[in-house]
Design a protein. Sequence first.
Length: 276
Amino acid sequence: MQNFCFFNGKIVKEDEAKISLRDIGLLRGYGIFESLKTYAGKPFLLKKHYERLKKSAKELNINIPISERKLSNVINQLIAKNHLNEASIKIVLTGGVSSGGLKFNSNSPTFFVLTEKLHGLSNNIYNNGVKLITQKFLRSLPEIKSTNYLEAISKKQQLKKEGAFEFLFINNDEVLESSTGNFFMFLKNELVTPRENILHGVTRDFVLKIASKKFKIKERKISKKELFLANECFITGSHKEIVPVVQIDNKKINDGKVGPKTKILVKEFRQAVKTI
């Protein structure tokens, strides 16, 4: 069945959406995106994703050609036209057609929205946890959700070889974030998460709000040495929700088992999304 998308102001079939070969997003990787999912057919925290898109677009001097209300209507139309019960949604914005490969018109961006059937992670991942492997890396402009995923994608084979779920990026001995999510760890009863040099995820902020009702929270720098003192660890993301981490490199966390506090947060998260 042919999927429909929203491309530069119109809903069209995906194979009819044509991006210029001179698009600066293609030529120079100058673009941003947001990725979210639905619960009960409703886009989750769309307002927060739109706010972050606006912030990222301002940083790159690109004007967003759509209002939040219009975007919401577009997404609902795509979900209906593509006959989706639950959807994965991707919103992409680039600088548009470039001049000389570096110049672009802030008011003529390329903008599109994709929807597809939502495929969640297996229960095995939530029940048994995952392994992360550390990687020295600091994303360029980490505070924006750039389309540049060279580091994460180019080393996919390393993840597969080591049986790891994602990378955990570390820079100058400072723990940052995972390949596609935010990192949290418990030190006794305190939940700690990095604050600087990371993308502040929408799900990250939602989890912090939930966790603050039950645990003491600290947003601060985490050293690699401190990392291996953690009682429990997990990562968050719009599609992964809360994924328990039971091993980092060759070090097992909580004897390789999902911790009780993480289980509490997973349960609280799943209850909370039903009320949004």
